[in-house]
Structure formats: C-alpha cells, structure tokens
Ligand binder design. Structure first.
Ligand SMILES: N[C@@H](CCC(=O)N[C@@H](CS)C(=O)NCC(=O)O)C(=O)O
Length: 211
C-alpha cells in the first residue's frame, strides 16, 4: 500500500516459501525469512520489517504525501497506531490462522483463545478511536492506516466485527475502497486460495473493484 500511496516504481517479486530456492533467496536477504522485504538496487540496500520499509520510502523515495507525519509528536501517534495494528490485530490473527495449519492433534486452543481476547481488546480500542476520526490519525492517511488495512481484512474473517463495532466497521469500509488497498487486493487475489480460511473470506473481495 505504501508503494502505491507514494506511486514508487517497483518490481514485485513473488516468494514461494514452499519452494526451497525461492525461500533461500528470501533468507539471503533477511535471515528471519519474513515478507515483505524491500531491495533498493539504486542504493544497494535491503530493508526489512514493513514499518521500517514505509519509513524508508518516506525518507528515500517520497512520492505522494508522507506516511509518517513530519510533526514529531504526531509521528509518535502514527507509530503507536502502526504498532497497535501490527501487534494487537495482525499478530493474534496470525496465531488463529496458523493454528488451522497445524496437524489436528497439535492445535493450541488456549493460545487461540488468548489471541481472540487480544483481538477483542484491540477492537474496543479502535472502536473508541474511530468514533471521531476518518483515518487512524484523523484527516490524514498515514503509516497506521497502511498497517490497519491488511490486518483488519484478515481479522474480519477470523473474528467478525460488523455487528458489534460500527465505528471500526466504517473505518474498514473506508480503507477497503482506498485505491492503494484495491491495487494490493488485485495483486493478492491470485493467491487467495492458499489462505487456510479462504471459504470464510467475504465474497465482496473476490472481484476487482471498479475504480
Ligand atoms: N513484523 C513483520 C511481520 C512479517 C510477517 O509476519 N510476514 C508474514 C506474511 S504477512 C510471513 O512472512 N510469514 C511467513 C512465515 O512466517 O514463515 C513485518 O511487519 O514485516
């Protein structure tokens, strides 16, 4: 989303973690073998961790509006909400989803219930926050909204919020029609079938949105 927001020219590379060569290539760039990784051939640098990639784009390849506000205090608020969406929405979602990939007798029901509790707390926090705001910071789209969009896309599937959290639901509806999110969804759609909860994915995401 950040690349699209900045209209940065980039070449997307698909990494298949089930393919040894592809996986080794990723590991050579980032030993933690996590996606995404940004390789900047102009500068010969490799940047890992999504939040750091976004900060890097703002600094080195700025295009549109900065995703991290220049005001230092507001930038802390942006980073805090980026952390909230990553740590308290995305991380529990990953716990719930990866539990589905485990052999049936090696599941972690307690860990999954703890993850669901964390998600519920996060939903309440976001619900209160979004009562008076369009985006996580207010009127300006930021790094926090880039963290929110994919996290909420998956969290809506594992723990639906539409009937319990109207402000959160409205926020996600605004994110879902953001052009940068639509582009990312178009890029992701061919791989929807590898998602273990594919059948529970809302059908409205099955087709490209008319921009
Ligand atoms: N903290 C990392 C998390 C990255 C992450 O968990 N990526 C997932 C895909 S969304 C991944 O690489 N999963 C593969 C694996 O865990 O083996 C970030 O924000 O970039």
């Amino acid at each position: 989303m950040a690349l699209h927001e900045h209209e940065t020219r980039f070449e997307g590379r698909i990494i298949d973690l089930y393919d040894a060569k592809s996986s080794a290539e990723l590991q050579s760039l980032w030993p933690m073998k996590r996606l995404p990784v940004l390789r900047d051939e102009e500068r010969g640098t490799t940047i890992s961790e999504t939040s750091i990639i976004i900060e890097y784009l703002d600094l080195i390849h700025p295009g549109g509006l900065p995703l991290v506000p220049s005001d230092p205090v507001l930038s802390l608020e942006a980073r805090l909400w980026d952390r909230i969406f990553d740590l308290y929405v995305n991380t529990p979602v990953q716990k719930i989803v990866t539990d589905r990939l485990r052999p049936a007798d090696q599941g972690d029901p307690l860990g999954v219930e703890e993850a669901r509790q964390t998600l519920r707390m996060a939903y309440d926090l976001i619900e209160a926050r979004m009562e008076t705001r369009n985006w996580a910071l207010g009127d300006t789209f930021s790094i926090a909204d880039c963290a929110a969009a994919p996290a909420l896309f998956f969290s809506e599937i594992v723990l639906p919020f539409a009937s319990t959290h109207p402000n959160l639901t409205g926020y996600f509806a605004r994110l879902a029609v953001r052009a940068s999110f639509s582009k990312v969804m178009d890029e992701a759609r061919p791989y929807f079938d590898v998602f273990p909860l594919r059948d529970e994915m809302p059908s409205r995401f099955n087709h490209a949105r008319q921009l």
